[in-house]
Design a protein around this ligand. Structure first.
Ligand code: XCC
Ligand code: SF4
Length: 632
């Protein structure tokens, strides 16, 4: 790999060396301490669902125990473990969404929670059939809509409201397969029930249930999370930022926002601009307060405020190791339990704020939506005061950062398309037609969503960056979310200049529309924006999602949330390429079901391919086959 490909590595290398000098451990030390990881766990054939177990069956048919004590075979055990991962992931996305809707329920003209995209709120209210959605008083409507959204989590009857955004053909498939998700919580509960000892053992049925719960995530919880965050905090527009650990500023109070929930992050951003706190920072010798983002909380505030991206999942420890962080403020998800101990080796305050993610050894300042601004003020003040404790001799900030453009919500993409294609027209089209037209014309061969985490089973960011670069070279436009988006950002792929790395067709489109070839669509719940975008293209062309030349890719995923995402993407009709093999290989039957069998149900499959270059070749074959079938 060239240095140019992985500038991020230079960052990591320097800080891992510093960690050794400072005598602190990182994820790579702990990975090494694990030695060889458990083969049974890796194959997914270890079951500890009941206390007759744990039972582990042989991942190789005909060798060793083939059944657990209750008689569950490898297929059942693997399938149960897999769909329980979906339940975990769907619960995380959806519970996050619920907090956003609760904040909207508290919204008032006085703030701090306000309606910032009123037009979107009225659009969704009308979509959900609220009467007089266009005339009702803003906050009366907000509270009514929030209550309706809260019902989506636990309503006793009916299916998810956003399903009707999908093309009719897709909705028909979900109906046929009995996959239309009912209440979000119910689908997750059903999985936990079905996978209890002595319930489902049929792998097709288990996967079906898992997919239904995942659809309750993608078209339910995540979509609610995205849409209601936009209503509350504003729908993202293209904005300039910078990415990588070089955004940490030695002369300022540095605060890392890490986790997933914009409720806390938004008010921290407000508090960081408070004149009293800025004055306090200056009185302590700092030039100001520098809030930087990590993981998806980072993505949320980058998209809406241009807050700089310190890094993605694997960099959370490295940020602290720079010695220049006054506070890491976390909300929920993807936060290493290792951080409090690491922070104590430096002067960094590790502040956790949610009961849902109370982390041992933390400084706990509970965030309450009902007292949001005071809370945030207190947290930021703690960080600022901590500047006095910084040890200059321990500071080492790698000088790497890249310019970044983020903020491509579906609305912003449509807006950009409108500006170019219809500059002469008075009325804007307001649709994705120009995008679907360039795809159908073959100027762009197709589109790919590259998403997901980092995973030390593979070299960090290399999978993301390779897949993205190879795709844009082949005229495939790429949309990114989550840690994949940040990986792209750190090597300068989220810039207008990145068009130089594209094939001719994509380059021309980027020039005309004035967009990067890789569009940052947000955090992981914002994968729902990708569903929305693809659905609009399909509806506009009168086809199903599975007919379109689009692929999903998660080169370095690790979380349960990613399993849920992969599952709803497949269940939505998009072949999904996983660079990390899920823990399912212990069952030939279940592996075949994921890789091929499920195509008969939903028209798409999970593809396992570790090698990013080979994965891209497979994606291109896939895309070209879809084009041929469409006759384009
Ligand atoms: Fe977490 Fe969303 Fe994965 Fe990154 S990409 S490691 S889930 S922060 Ni969602
Ligand atoms: Fe063993 Fe069956 Fe219990 Fe699993 S559910 S631990 S396979 S007895």
């Amino acid at each position: 790999m060239s240095n140019e490909l992985l500038k991020s590595d230079v960052t990591a290398e320097a800080l891992i060396a510093k960690a050794q000098r400072d005598g602190v451990e990182t994820m790579w030390d702990r990975k090494a301490a694990q030695k060889t990881q458990c083969g049974f766990g890796e194959a997914g054939v270890c079951c500890r669902i009941c206390a007759m177990g744990p039972c582990r069956v042989s991942p190789v048919p005909g060798k060793g125990a083939e059944r657990g004590i209750c008689g569950a075979n490898a297929g059942t055990i693997v399938a149960r473990n897999f769909v329980r991962m979906i339940a975990g992931g769907a619960s995380a996305h959806s519970d996050h969404a619920r907090d956003i809707v609760h904040a909207m329920h508290l919204a008032s003209a006085e703030g701090p929670f306000k309606i910032r995209d009123e037009a979107k709120m009225r659009r969704i209210a009308a979509e959900w059939g609220i009467e007089a959605a266009d005339t009702k008083e803003t906050y009366a409507l907000a509270h009514e809509l929030a209550e309706m959204a809260l019902e989506e989590f636990g309503k006793p009857f009916g299916t998810q409201r956003f399903l009707t955004r999908a093309p009719q053909q897709r909705q028909d498939i979900w109906k046929r397969e009995r996959m239309e998700p009912r209440a979000i919580d119910q689908e997750i509960t059903t999985i936990m029930h079905s996978t209890h000892i002595g319930c489902a053992s049929d792998i097709d049925s288990l996967l079906n249930r898992g997919m239904r719960a995942s659809l309750g995530d993608g078209w339910g919880g995540s979509m609610i999370g995205t849409e209601f965050s936009d209503i509350l905090y504003g729908t993202p527009k293209a904005c300039a930022s910078e990415s990588n650990l070089g955004v940490i500023d030695a002369e300022m109070v540095n605060i890392v926002l890490h986790g997933h929930d914009p409720n806390l992050a938004e008010v921290v951003v407000v508090a960081s601009k408070n004149p009293e706190l800025l004055e306090l920072a200056k009185s302590l010798g700092a030039k100001g307060i520098n809030v930087v983002g990590m993981c998806c909380t980072g993505n949320e505030v980058t998209m809406r405020h241009g807050i700089k991206i310190a890094g993605n999942f694997y960099q959370q420890e490295l940020a602290i190791i720079t010695g220049a962080i006054e506070a890491v403020i976390v909300d929920v998800q993807c936060i290493f339990p290792a951080l409090p101990a690491l922070a104590k080796k430096y002067h960094t305050h590790f502040v956790s704020t949610s009961q849902k993610a109370k982390i041992a050894g933390d400084m706990y300042i509970e965030f309450s939506e009902s007292d949001a601004l005071n809370c945030a003020y207190g947290i930021v003040k703690t960080a600022v005061e901590n500047f006095a404790n910084r040890d200059a001799s321990k500071v080492e900030i790698p000088n790497f950062k890249e310019p970044t453009i983020a903020g491509y919500s579906v609305e912003t993409i449509i807006d950009h398309l409108d500006k170019v294609v219809n500059s002469q027209l008075e009325d804007k089209l307001g649709t994705v037609k120009p995008l679907s037209d360039v795809i159908y014309a073959g100027v762009i061969r197709g589109a790919a969503g590259v998403v997901g985490c980092n995973n030390p089973k593979t070299e960090h960011d290399l999978g993301h960056v390779t897949v993205i670069k190879e795709l844009i070279k082949r005229d495939v436009i790429v949309v990114v979310t989550g840690c994949a988006a940040q990986a792209a950002a750190k090597v300068g792929l989220l810039t207008l200049e990145a068009k130089e790395l594209c094939g001719r067709g994509l380059k021309e489109v980027c020039e005309r529309v004035n967009i990067p070839p890789v569009l940052h669509m947000g955090s992981c719940v914002d994968c729902s924006r990708i569903l929305d975008l693809v659905s609009r293209v399909a509806v506009e062309k009168g086809v199903d999602i599975c007919d379109l030349p689009v692929v999903g890719s998660a080169p370095e995923w690790m979380s349960e949330k990613a399993v849920s995402i992969a599952s709803y993407v497949v269940a939505s009709g998009i072949n999904t390429y996983l660079g990390i093999i899920p823990q399912v290989l212990g069952s030939v039957e279940f592996t075949e079901l994921l890789n091929e069998g499920v195509r008969a149900n939903v028209g798409a499959v999970y593809v396992f391919e570790k090698d990013p270059l080979v994965a891209v070749e497979k994606m291109m074959v896939d895309i070209e086959e879809k084009r041929t079938a469409l006759g384009i």
